[in-house]
Design a protein around this ligand. Structure first.
Ligand code: ADE
Length: 254
């Protein structure tokens, strides 16, 4: 996968080159990441990238010309025929999710634009960008950290990046549930024991226990994620029992 990032702060992306999984993705050649300074696409002496908003108001906006020119330059150089997602990171975007990560990980080329200041000229959104992504309902000083979050979650889904010993299928959110609890050695620590079933070697029982725990955990922490139609009868009953136990607890008079 080729990833191009347009930013006013290229140095923020240096950490991607020398950290963990990402370094592996780059070194293995599975991900090729190119950082472009938006300022390099200006033509004036002072390399101005922003300007005041028409109609007045606080703050500055990123001008359209350098952003259009940078994206067009990249697309022309790589493959003008290909349809490439042009993604703007902005708090106004669609909330990012594991399913969006999965969809984007199937593309061969992605372009990210990191917004800054008070925003970007609307024509960039209207006529250049193909999708806008937000990483949550809070405002960062720029799209750089958001781009890194999105790039990280996409690249780990590219086959080979995580190595054969790890598969992302059991990750939280991968099948609509949070991940089940996990334990490693020692089997007992400070009197706290690992659940018996995990030591039993009975793989069918372990799988059942894990699925049950994933459902209970999701119900406790993120009930809105549960899609009952994807659960079997027994699992649906488990949910009803857990919900009933919660209601009884809430209504009990102490
Ligand atoms: N830029 C500023 N805040 C952001 C957010 N929450 N998500 C994506 N990009 C942003």
């Amino acid at each position: 996968m080729r990833i191009d990032v347009l930013t006013l702060f290229p140095r923020m992306f240096e950490m991607l080159n020398d950290t963990g999984i990402f370094q592996r993705a780059i070194n293995s050649g599975l991900v090729n990441i190119n950082i472009h300074n938006i300022r390099d696409y200006t033509h004036d002496k002072h390399h101005v990238v922003d300007d005041y908003p028409y109609g007045g108001g606080a703050g500055m906006l990123l001008k359209p010309e350098p952003i259009f020119e940078a994206v067009e330059d990249i697309i022309m150089k790589v493959n003008p025929q290909e349809s490439v997602p042009i993604i703007l990171l902005t708090p106004q975007g669609i909330p990012f999710s594991q399913s969006a990560a999965r969809r984007l990980s199937k593309h061969e080329h992605l372009v990210f634009i990191c917004g800054h200041y008070e925003g970007v000229d609307e024509r960039v959104r209207q006529y250049l960008v193909s999708e806008e992504i937000s990483i949550g309902d809070y405002v960062l000083t720029g799209g750089e950290l958001a781009a890194m979050v999105v790039i990280d979650s996409i690249s780990r889904l590219i086959p080979g990046v995580l190595g054969s010993e790890y598969s992302p299928e059991n990750d939280s959110h991968s099948f609509g549930l949070l991940e089940y609890p996990q334990y490693t050695r020692p089997a007992e620590y400070r009197g706290w024991s690992v659940p018996e079933v995990l030591l039993s070697g009975n793989h069918a029982q372990i799988a059942k226990w894990r699925r049950r725990q994933a459902i209970i955990r999701t119900l406790e922490r993120r009930p809105e994620l549960i899609d009952k139609s994807s659960l079997n009868r027994e699992e649906q009953e488990l949910i009803e029992q857990t919900q009933k136990a919660e209601t009884d607890k809430d209504t009990r008079v102490e």
